[in-house]
Design a protein around this ligand. Structure first.
Ligand SMILES: NC(=O)c1ccc[n+]([C@@H]2O[C@H](COP(=O)([O-])OP(=O)(O)OC[C@H]3O[C@@H](n4cnc5c(N)ncnc54)[C@H](O)[C@@H]3O)[C@@H](O)[C@H]2O)c1
Length: 351
């Protein structure tokens, strides 16, 4: 049975989800929606037949969809999820689940009442390096987990391909984003802290927001968390002030246990170009012997986006609950809200 899928939002993330869906077995992308005519034109050239200039029109007109993948600006997550669930489809929503805990709670109720599945795009759980570290930790190789440190400094909204493009206006509007680097990057790592500690709730011990780029939203954040269940501490530092270019990736995740430690830097390929060549060759071989290729594996990190969608579709087919559900989105947003509540920004951005 082929799953009939609609892709909503064809910006940076939506395009990636569209391309990945087109490569996943038994998935048929029936419709797409975006405000941009050129984005729709590109989707048409890839074989998508139904094109809509607004997500509401797609959800109102397409009655035979199994699922939608939503990659709209943050402020549209809440209304689009609601409409999608009312239309009776399963939902994959890009992170964050929504911009406030109130909205997240309403979504949770709606998911329950609808009987549909909702997965939030907590893609970092699907990174190969994170999966490997989780396995090693569960085998007890570093003993009992005590502290997790995570750093990710990227260029956030300023990231672009070879040809720079204007930054979509919603990125710098706090009403539309719900915040800055914390809700953008910190969201992922707060979730990963919860994932490694297997904690339902965490307390904020310390937080600091940075405004060094003089934007209306923070461009950096440092947060220290304590898991309420097992007292593991998490130190998270995220920022949008990265100047280096891909494949250099200013990221490290270190797990400190009472019998040793493990760093993501020991597990990721030392030379990303060599890794890309090796993976490219492996995929060529897979193609030659008619085996399934591993899309984006040559990039090392981008494969996670493919894996999360494969998981979502397989949950629908096999009637299983996705490993990341609305509660994970809610718990993450609760922590982010607490940090924003604690922050009193002054004119120079310091506390
Ligand atoms: N998981 C990750 O690593 C990751 C990375 C970047 C962004 N994101 C998340 O993905 C989401 C989208 O981010 P992005 O960078 O792709 O943004 P984007 O601005 O590039 O894309 C948003 C798209 O939505 C379209 N759109 C806006 N209103 C619409 C409407 N009413 N109907 C149909 N289409 C509409 C826009 O035309 C645009 O193409 C955000 O929530 C963001 O937080 C996740």
């Amino acid at each position: 049975m082929k799953l009939r899928v609609g892709v909503i939002g064809l910006g940076r993330m939506g395009r990636l989800h569209l391309m990945n869906s087109l490569r996943i077995d038994d998935v048929y992308v029936v419709a797409v929606a975006d405000k941009s005519k050129s984005a729709l034109k590109r989707a048409k050239s890839l074989g998508v037949q139904k094109l809509f200039l607004d997500y509401q029109k797609l959800l109102n007109d397409c009655h035979d969809l199994d699922a939608v993948l939503i990659s709209l600006p943050n402020f549209l997550h809440f209304p689009s999820i609601q409409l999608a669930l009312e239309s009776g489809v399963n939902v994959f929503i890009e992170k964050p689940l929504a911009t406030t805990s109130k909205e997240c709670l309403e979504i949770m109720k709606k998911v329950k009442a609808s009987g549909r599945k909702l997965m939030v795009g907590h893609c970092m759980r699907f990174l190969t390096v994170v999966e490997r570290m989780k396995t090693v930790l569960s085998k007890g190789s570093i003993g009992k987990l005590e502290v997790i440190t995570i750093e990710e400094i990227l260029n956030g909204p300023f990231a672009h391909g070879v040809i720079p493009k204007p930054i979509p206006e919603w990125w710098f509007n706090p009403q539309k984003t719900g915040g800055g680097a914390l809700i953008d990057l910190g969201y992922h790592w707060i979730d990963i802290f919860r994932y490694f500690t297997e904690s339902r709730k965490a307390r904020v011990l310390f937080s600091h927001l940075d405004y060094r780029l003089n934007l209306p939203i923070e461009d950096g954040a440092i947060v220290i968390l304590k898991s309420l269940e097992n007292l593991v501490t998490g130190i998270i530092h995220v920022g949008w002030y990265q100047k280096s270019i891909f494949p250099r990736y200013n990221f490290r995740l270190v797990l400190h246990g009472d019998a040793g430690y493990m760093s993501s830097e020991e597990l990721i390929p030392k030379n990303m170009y060599l890794h890309a060549i090796k993976e490219g060759m492996k995929n060529l071989l897979r193609k030659t012997i008619r085996k399934k290729i591993h899309p984006l594996s040559y990039t090392y990190y981008y494969e996670a986006y493919y894996n999360e969608l494969e998981h979502f579709f397989s949950c629908i087919k096999n009637d299983l609950e996705p490993s990341v559900s609305a509660i994970d989105g809610l718990r993450t947003i609760e922590i982010i809200e607490e940090v924003y509540k604690r922050s009193t920004r002054t004119s120079n951005g310091t506390k």
